[in-house]
Design a protein around this ligand. Structure first.
Ligand SMILES: O=C(O)CCC(=O)C(=O)O
Ligand SMILES: [Fe+2]
Length: 342
Protein backbone atom coordinates (compact mmCIF):
# COMPACT_ATOMS: atom_id res chain seq x y z
CA UNK A 1 0.00 0.00 0.00
CA UNK A 2 1.27 3.47 -0.90
CA UNK A 3 1.52 5.88 1.98
CA UNK A 4 1.30 9.66 1.88
CA UNK A 5 5.04 9.82 2.48
CA UNK A 6 5.61 7.81 -0.68
CA UNK A 7 3.45 10.23 -2.65
CA UNK A 8 5.58 13.15 -1.48
CA UNK A 9 8.82 11.28 -2.13
CA UNK A 10 8.13 11.66 -5.84
CA UNK A 11 8.05 15.42 -5.58
CA UNK A 12 11.08 16.99 -3.91
CA UNK A 13 10.89 20.61 -2.74
CA UNK A 14 14.02 22.84 -2.75
CA UNK A 15 15.40 23.72 0.69
CA UNK A 16 14.67 27.44 0.24
CA UNK A 17 11.00 26.46 0.32
CA UNK A 18 11.43 24.36 3.45
CA UNK A 19 13.60 26.35 5.88
CA UNK A 20 11.57 29.03 7.71
CA UNK A 21 12.90 32.45 8.68
CA UNK A 22 14.35 32.68 12.18
CA UNK A 23 11.38 34.72 13.38
CA UNK A 24 12.88 35.29 16.84
CA UNK A 25 15.76 37.24 15.30
CA UNK A 26 13.99 39.72 12.99
CA UNK A 27 12.78 43.18 13.98
CA UNK A 28 11.38 44.22 10.58
CA UNK A 29 9.66 42.28 7.82
CA UNK A 30 12.22 41.38 5.12
CA UNK A 31 11.23 42.19 1.52
CA UNK A 32 11.04 38.45 0.79
CA UNK A 33 8.03 38.34 3.16
CA UNK A 34 6.20 41.52 2.08
CA UNK A 35 2.93 40.79 0.26
CA UNK A 36 1.01 43.31 -1.84
CA UNK A 37 -1.74 44.91 0.20
CA UNK A 38 -5.14 43.44 -0.59
CA UNK A 39 -8.49 45.07 0.02
CA UNK A 40 -10.62 42.04 -0.75
CA UNK A 41 -11.64 41.54 2.85
CA UNK A 42 -15.38 41.72 3.44
CA UNK A 43 -16.42 43.80 6.42
CA UNK A 44 -19.75 42.02 6.71
CA UNK A 45 -19.31 40.47 10.15
CA UNK A 46 -22.94 39.40 10.27
CA UNK A 47 -22.13 36.71 7.79
CA UNK A 48 -20.32 33.63 9.06
CA UNK A 49 -20.19 29.88 8.76
CA UNK A 50 -22.85 27.94 10.68
CA UNK A 51 -22.30 26.50 14.15
CA UNK A 52 -23.50 22.92 14.46
CA UNK A 53 -24.19 21.13 17.72
CA UNK A 54 -23.34 17.46 17.15
CA UNK A 55 -26.00 16.52 19.72
CA UNK A 56 -28.69 18.34 17.74
CA UNK A 57 -31.16 15.80 16.27
CA UNK A 58 -31.10 17.88 13.08
CA UNK A 59 -27.29 17.69 12.79
CA UNK A 60 -27.36 15.62 9.58
CA UNK A 61 -29.51 18.10 7.74
CA UNK A 62 -27.61 21.10 9.11
CA UNK A 63 -24.21 19.63 8.22
CA UNK A 64 -25.38 18.83 4.68
CA UNK A 65 -26.69 22.35 4.25
CA UNK A 66 -23.51 23.91 5.66
CA UNK A 67 -21.32 21.82 3.35
CA UNK A 68 -23.43 22.78 0.37
CA UNK A 69 -23.63 26.52 1.02
CA UNK A 70 -20.29 27.17 2.73
CA UNK A 71 -18.04 24.12 2.50
CA UNK A 72 -17.36 24.69 6.20
CA UNK A 73 -18.92 24.92 9.65
CA UNK A 74 -17.92 25.09 13.30
CA UNK A 75 -18.79 22.14 15.46
CA UNK A 76 -19.62 22.14 19.18
CA UNK A 77 -20.43 19.26 21.53
CA UNK A 78 -17.97 17.18 19.52
CA UNK A 79 -16.74 15.09 22.43
CA UNK A 80 -13.06 16.14 22.28
CA UNK A 81 -12.06 17.00 25.87
CA UNK A 82 -11.10 20.68 26.11
CA UNK A 83 -8.05 19.89 28.24
CA UNK A 84 -6.69 17.64 25.48
CA UNK A 85 -7.04 20.48 22.96
CA UNK A 86 -5.30 22.84 25.40
CA UNK A 87 -2.49 20.32 25.90
CA UNK A 88 -1.92 20.01 22.15
CA UNK A 89 -1.83 23.77 21.82
CA UNK A 90 0.63 24.12 24.67
CA UNK A 91 2.90 21.35 23.29
CA UNK A 92 2.81 23.07 19.89
CA UNK A 93 3.76 26.34 21.58
CA UNK A 94 6.63 24.60 23.37
CA UNK A 95 7.86 23.24 20.02
CA UNK A 96 7.72 26.51 18.09
CA UNK A 97 9.33 28.44 20.97
CA UNK A 98 12.50 26.36 20.63
CA UNK A 99 15.55 28.17 19.21
CA UNK A 100 15.72 28.04 15.40
CA UNK A 101 18.78 25.77 15.36
CA UNK A 102 16.96 23.27 17.57
CA UNK A 103 13.88 23.19 15.32
CA UNK A 104 16.20 22.62 12.35
CA UNK A 105 17.04 19.22 13.85
CA UNK A 106 13.56 18.08 12.84
CA UNK A 107 13.59 19.81 9.44
CA UNK A 108 11.45 18.16 6.76
CA UNK A 109 13.62 16.54 4.10
CA UNK A 110 13.30 17.80 0.49
CA UNK A 111 11.52 14.58 -0.52
CA UNK A 112 9.98 14.08 2.92
CA UNK A 113 6.47 14.53 4.26
CA UNK A 114 6.93 15.12 7.97
CA UNK A 115 8.80 17.46 10.29
CA UNK A 116 9.47 21.16 10.67
CA UNK A 117 9.27 23.56 7.74
CA UNK A 118 7.38 25.96 5.49
CA UNK A 119 3.97 25.09 4.11
CA UNK A 120 4.08 22.73 1.13
CA UNK A 121 2.31 25.38 -0.97
CA UNK A 122 5.21 27.83 -0.54
CA UNK A 123 6.76 27.22 -4.02
CA UNK A 124 3.55 28.41 -5.71
CA UNK A 125 3.83 31.97 -4.36
CA UNK A 126 6.37 34.72 -5.13
CA UNK A 127 6.66 35.78 -1.48
CA UNK A 128 7.20 33.82 1.72
CA UNK A 129 4.50 33.39 4.32
CA UNK A 130 4.73 34.48 7.97
CA UNK A 131 4.42 30.88 9.03
CA UNK A 132 6.25 27.79 10.19
CA UNK A 133 4.71 24.34 10.43
CA UNK A 134 5.28 20.89 11.80
CA UNK A 135 3.73 17.90 10.04
CA UNK A 136 3.07 14.58 11.75
CA UNK A 137 1.99 11.34 10.08
CA UNK A 138 1.65 8.36 12.41
CA UNK A 139 4.06 8.39 15.33
CA UNK A 140 5.82 11.70 16.10
CA UNK A 141 8.56 9.95 18.07
CA UNK A 142 11.51 10.24 15.65
CA UNK A 143 11.22 13.99 15.21
CA UNK A 144 10.34 14.51 18.88
CA UNK A 145 13.54 12.70 19.91
CA UNK A 146 15.56 15.00 17.65
CA UNK A 147 13.93 18.05 19.23
CA UNK A 148 14.01 16.92 22.86
CA UNK A 149 16.43 14.01 23.36
CA UNK A 150 15.43 13.55 27.02
CA UNK A 151 12.04 15.09 27.27
CA UNK A 152 9.76 13.96 24.44
CA UNK A 153 7.35 11.56 26.19
CA UNK A 154 4.73 14.18 26.98
CA UNK A 155 4.71 15.59 23.43
CA UNK A 156 4.31 12.11 21.91
CA UNK A 157 1.63 11.09 24.39
CA UNK A 158 -0.47 14.22 23.83
CA UNK A 159 -0.14 14.01 20.03
CA UNK A 160 -1.09 10.34 19.94
CA UNK A 161 -4.13 10.84 22.15
CA UNK A 162 -5.24 13.76 19.98
CA UNK A 163 -4.76 11.77 16.74
CA UNK A 164 -6.99 8.98 18.10
CA UNK A 165 -9.75 11.36 19.15
CA UNK A 166 -9.56 13.25 15.85
CA UNK A 167 -9.85 10.00 13.88
CA UNK A 168 -13.04 9.06 15.76
CA UNK A 169 -14.52 12.52 15.25
CA UNK A 170 -13.58 12.60 11.56
CA UNK A 171 -15.27 9.22 11.05
CA UNK A 172 -18.37 10.46 12.80
CA UNK A 173 -18.45 13.66 10.73
CA UNK A 174 -17.91 11.76 7.47
CA UNK A 175 -20.78 9.47 8.35
CA UNK A 176 -23.00 12.46 9.15
CA UNK A 177 -22.15 14.38 5.99
CA UNK A 178 -22.57 11.32 3.73
CA UNK A 179 -25.89 10.59 5.39
CA UNK A 180 -27.06 14.04 4.33
CA UNK A 181 -26.46 12.83 0.75
CA UNK A 182 -28.29 9.57 1.52
CA UNK A 183 -25.01 7.69 1.13
CA UNK A 184 -23.94 5.04 3.62
CA UNK A 185 -20.58 3.45 4.38
CA UNK A 186 -21.47 0.46 2.15
CA UNK A 187 -21.69 2.74 -0.87
CA UNK A 188 -18.02 3.64 -0.47
CA UNK A 189 -15.20 1.79 -2.16
CA UNK A 190 -12.72 2.20 0.67
CA UNK A 191 -12.48 1.29 4.33
CA UNK A 192 -13.38 4.37 6.37
CA UNK A 193 -11.62 2.77 9.36
CA UNK A 194 -8.14 2.95 7.80
CA UNK A 195 -7.87 6.48 6.42
CA UNK A 196 -4.75 8.33 5.45
CA UNK A 197 -4.30 11.19 7.87
CA UNK A 198 -1.90 13.95 8.85
CA UNK A 199 -1.67 16.34 11.76
CA UNK A 200 -0.34 19.80 10.96
CA UNK A 201 0.79 22.21 13.69
CA UNK A 202 0.84 25.78 12.37
CA UNK A 203 2.62 28.74 13.94
CA UNK A 204 2.21 32.39 12.98
CA UNK A 205 4.82 34.22 15.05
CA UNK A 206 4.29 37.74 16.31
CA UNK A 207 4.90 40.06 13.36
CA UNK A 208 6.22 43.66 13.41
CA UNK A 209 4.04 44.61 10.40
CA UNK A 210 1.14 42.15 10.17
CA UNK A 211 -0.79 44.06 7.48
CA UNK A 212 1.95 43.53 4.92
CA UNK A 213 2.36 39.80 5.47
CA UNK A 214 0.40 36.62 4.76
CA UNK A 215 0.11 33.81 7.31
CA UNK A 216 -0.97 31.03 4.98
CA UNK A 217 -1.82 31.86 1.36
CA UNK A 218 -5.22 30.94 -0.14
CA UNK A 219 -5.59 27.21 -0.76
CA UNK A 220 -8.00 24.32 -0.58
CA UNK A 221 -7.15 21.22 1.44
CA UNK A 222 -6.44 17.96 -0.38
CA UNK A 223 -8.27 15.99 2.35
CA UNK A 224 -11.75 14.54 2.50
CA UNK A 225 -12.34 16.86 5.40
CA UNK A 226 -10.19 18.88 7.78
CA UNK A 227 -10.80 19.51 11.48
CA UNK A 228 -9.10 22.66 12.74
CA UNK A 229 -8.45 24.03 16.21
CA UNK A 230 -7.57 27.68 15.73
CA UNK A 231 -6.81 28.87 19.32
CA UNK A 232 -8.33 32.09 20.63
CA UNK A 233 -6.63 34.48 18.18
CA UNK A 234 -8.48 35.09 14.93
CA UNK A 235 -6.73 34.66 11.58
CA UNK A 236 -8.62 32.03 9.58
CA UNK A 237 -10.64 33.43 6.67
CA UNK A 238 -12.74 31.66 4.09
CA UNK A 239 -13.66 32.88 0.64
CA UNK A 240 -17.37 33.16 -0.10
CA UNK A 241 -18.30 33.56 -3.74
CA UNK A 242 -19.87 36.97 -4.36
CA UNK A 243 -18.94 38.25 -0.89
CA UNK A 244 -15.16 38.01 -0.46
CA UNK A 245 -13.00 36.93 2.46
CA UNK A 246 -14.77 36.38 5.76
CA UNK A 247 -13.21 35.76 9.16
CA UNK A 248 -14.02 32.59 11.03
CA UNK A 249 -14.50 33.82 14.55
CA UNK A 250 -12.74 31.70 17.19
CA UNK A 251 -15.35 30.22 19.55
CA UNK A 252 -13.95 28.66 22.74
CA UNK A 253 -14.33 24.89 22.51
CA UNK A 254 -15.50 24.83 18.89
CA UNK A 255 -13.60 23.14 16.05
CA UNK A 256 -13.74 24.26 12.42
CA UNK A 257 -14.62 21.59 9.87
CA UNK A 258 -14.02 22.18 6.19
CA UNK A 259 -14.69 20.24 3.01
CA UNK A 260 -11.52 19.19 1.17
CA UNK A 261 -10.94 18.38 -2.51
CA UNK A 262 -11.74 14.67 -2.10
CA UNK A 263 -15.19 15.28 -0.61
CA UNK A 264 -15.80 17.88 -3.30
CA UNK A 265 -15.08 15.23 -5.96
CA UNK A 266 -17.19 12.53 -4.22
CA UNK A 267 -20.11 14.94 -3.91
CA UNK A 268 -19.84 15.68 -7.65
CA UNK A 269 -19.09 19.32 -6.84
CA UNK A 270 -22.19 19.72 -4.71
CA UNK A 271 -19.97 20.61 -1.75
CA UNK A 272 -17.38 23.31 -2.51
CA UNK A 273 -13.82 22.63 -1.42
CA UNK A 274 -13.62 25.91 0.42
CA UNK A 275 -10.81 28.34 -0.38
CA UNK A 276 -9.26 29.59 2.85
CA UNK A 277 -6.22 31.45 4.16
CA UNK A 278 -4.74 32.63 7.45
CA UNK A 279 -3.96 36.31 7.93
CA UNK A 280 -1.59 37.77 10.51
CA UNK A 281 -3.66 40.50 12.03
CA UNK A 282 -2.20 41.58 15.33
CA UNK A 283 1.26 42.46 16.51
CA UNK A 284 2.53 40.98 19.74
CA UNK A 285 0.63 37.73 19.59
CA UNK A 286 1.75 34.35 18.45
CA UNK A 287 -1.16 32.49 16.84
CA UNK A 288 -1.19 28.70 16.62
CA UNK A 289 -3.52 26.31 14.87
CA UNK A 290 -3.77 22.55 14.66
CA UNK A 291 -5.21 20.96 11.53
CA UNK A 292 -6.16 17.29 11.22
CA UNK A 293 -6.41 16.18 7.60
CA UNK A 294 -8.61 13.13 7.14
CA UNK A 295 -8.33 11.38 3.79
CA UNK A 296 -8.86 8.26 1.76
CA UNK A 297 -6.13 5.57 1.44
CA UNK A 298 -3.85 6.67 -1.39
CA UNK A 299 -4.33 3.48 -3.48
CA UNK A 300 -8.11 3.95 -3.64
CA UNK A 301 -10.05 5.47 -6.48
CA UNK A 302 -12.03 8.61 -5.98
CA UNK A 303 -14.85 9.69 -8.30
CA UNK A 304 -18.32 11.20 -7.98
CA UNK A 305 -20.51 8.80 -5.95
CA UNK A 306 -22.70 6.62 -8.17
CA UNK A 307 -25.73 7.35 -5.98
CA UNK A 308 -25.50 11.04 -6.81
CA UNK A 309 -25.45 10.37 -10.54
CA UNK A 310 -28.75 8.46 -10.65
CA UNK A 311 -31.04 11.38 -11.15
CA UNK A 312 -29.67 12.56 -14.47
CA UNK A 313 -26.60 14.30 -13.04
CA UNK A 314 -23.53 13.76 -15.17
CA UNK A 315 -20.16 13.27 -13.47
CA UNK A 316 -18.08 16.42 -13.21
CA UNK A 317 -14.81 14.58 -12.56
CA UNK A 318 -13.15 11.49 -13.94
CA UNK A 319 -12.03 8.73 -11.60
CA UNK A 320 -8.48 9.03 -10.24
CA UNK A 321 -6.52 7.30 -7.53
CA UNK A 322 -5.94 9.45 -4.49
CA UNK A 323 -2.22 9.13 -5.15
CA UNK A 324 -2.64 10.39 -8.72
CA UNK A 325 -4.68 13.34 -7.48
CA UNK A 326 -2.16 14.23 -4.78
CA UNK A 327 0.66 14.24 -7.30
CA UNK A 328 -1.41 16.46 -9.62
CA UNK A 329 -2.04 18.83 -6.72
CA UNK A 330 1.57 18.98 -5.62
CA UNK A 331 2.64 19.85 -9.17
CA UNK A 332 -0.26 22.04 -10.30
CA UNK A 333 -1.76 23.34 -7.06
CA UNK A 334 -5.09 25.08 -7.76
CA UNK A 335 -5.33 23.72 -11.31
CA UNK A 336 -5.52 20.12 -10.04
CA UNK A 337 -9.32 19.92 -9.89
CA UNK A 338 -9.81 21.30 -13.39
CA UNK A 339 -7.23 18.80 -14.69
CA UNK A 340 -9.55 15.94 -13.74
CA UNK A 341 -12.73 17.74 -14.80
CA UNK A 342 -14.93 16.36 -17.59
O1 LIG B 1 -4.22 28.37 10.63
C1 LIG B 1 -5.33 28.33 10.12
O2 LIG B 1 -6.31 28.90 10.60
C2 LIG B 1 -5.54 27.57 8.82
C3 LIG B 1 -4.63 26.38 8.65
C4 LIG B 1 -4.85 25.67 7.34
O3 LIG B 1 -5.63 26.07 6.52
C5 LIG B 1 -4.10 24.43 7.03
O4 LIG B 1 -3.24 24.00 7.83
O5 LIG B 1 -4.36 23.85 5.95
FE1 LIG C 1 -6.02 24.53 4.97
Amino acid sequence: MTTLSEVYREHAIPLRHIVPLDFHSVRTVPDSHVWPKSDDFSSDDQLSIPIIDLKDPLAVKLAGHACETWGAFQVINHGIPSNLVEEVESEARRLFSLPAQQKMKALREPAGATGYGLARISPFFPKYMWHEGFTIMGSPVDHARALWPNDNARFCDVIERYQKKMKDLAEQLTHLILKSLDVSQEDLSWDVGSPSTALQLNSYPSCPDPNRTMGLAPHTDTSLLTILHQSSISGLQIFKEGVGWLSVRPIPGALVVNVGDLLHILSNARFPSVLHRAVVNRDGCHRLSVAYFYGIPTDCNVSPLAKLLNSGHTPRYRSVTVKEYMILKSKNFEEALSLIGI
